[in-house]
Design a protein around this ligand. Sequence first.
Ligand code: KG4
Ligand code: ZN
Length: 335
Amino acid sequence: MKVLGIESSCDETAAALVEDARHVRGDAVWSQIALHAEYGGVVPELASRAHIVHLVPVIERALAQAGATLDDVDAIAVTRGPGLVGALLVGLQAAKALAFARGLPLVGVNHLEGHLAAIYLENDAPPDPDRPHLALLVSGGHSELVVVERPGGPYRVLGATRDDAAGEAFDKVGKMLGLGYPAGPVIDRLAATGDPRAIAFPRAMRRHKLDFSFSGMKTAVAQHLAAAGIPTGPALADLCASFQAAVLDQLVTKTEAALDETGLDTLIVAGGVASNRGLREALAAVCARRRVRLCIPPPRFCTDNAAMIACAGTFHLRRGERADLTLNAIASLPL
Ligand code: KG4
Ligand code: ZN
């Protein structure tokens, strides 16, 4: 089954054609990063307006890359939330119009389960779809520990952030340091050359076992900068390494606690922050020690894309699930 995925929940306009929830035949992303960069974050109205300009050309590009036309599409999967309402509506309306005009089945997908499904894309050894696994979902909007009973759900959320998401913490600290938006990849790169022990930022929130909190770290960085000024050169790398170490310490500690609690033997990591090199290395070491199987998608499937939406949508379509043409956006759709 070839499913056309459409994603427009935030600042990437994306379309992809995915066969059998696995083979990515065409995958196009129009990133709005440059558009929002000067504001240091996503401006919702600008995002919606960019989606409406770029979505149809992006769909054309994905189909062309696949050597396909709309005649080859068997169904349409579209992100219905969570995300910016105005942004989501653009993708939804395009998906509904296509489904109506071509008489195709339509399914609405939760963006977060798209991130979780990305592990099945172009992967010769994905997690067993018939057995539950643990997922650490870390993106710009979410930080959650989730038990995936099966791809496409049900999902059981074990813990979530009490304030900022992990990616948001990277982005906010990056903004304070003047590193541009999104700052996660820049901090990741700088951290690789710095000393993670240079500055002692606050560590994991011990009280709430499987919940995260990152706002304390952000405040600690702000206080440090107020006292010491904005560093440059090696001192900047040290600060990035120290901040990243504090974030990773929390992510890894809580993930280990969730592995203890569930006894699951497979861990997947999903979302934009899953492309962080330090996180990948730290979790690789933990999983090797615990004999837990670790699966992380390649970076291009960690950040927002439509292949993951087509993939998650396929799992729903296989169960016979269909949306009708009243499908609507839900800004804070839970997993
Ligand atoms: O999943 P995603 O593309 O969008 C959301 O659904 O939020 O995640 C984007 C987030 C941004 O906050 C970005 O700074 C962060 O992922 N990110 C990273 C890295 N690459 C992207 N954070 C840390 N290290 C990275 N290498
Ligand atoms: Zn995302």
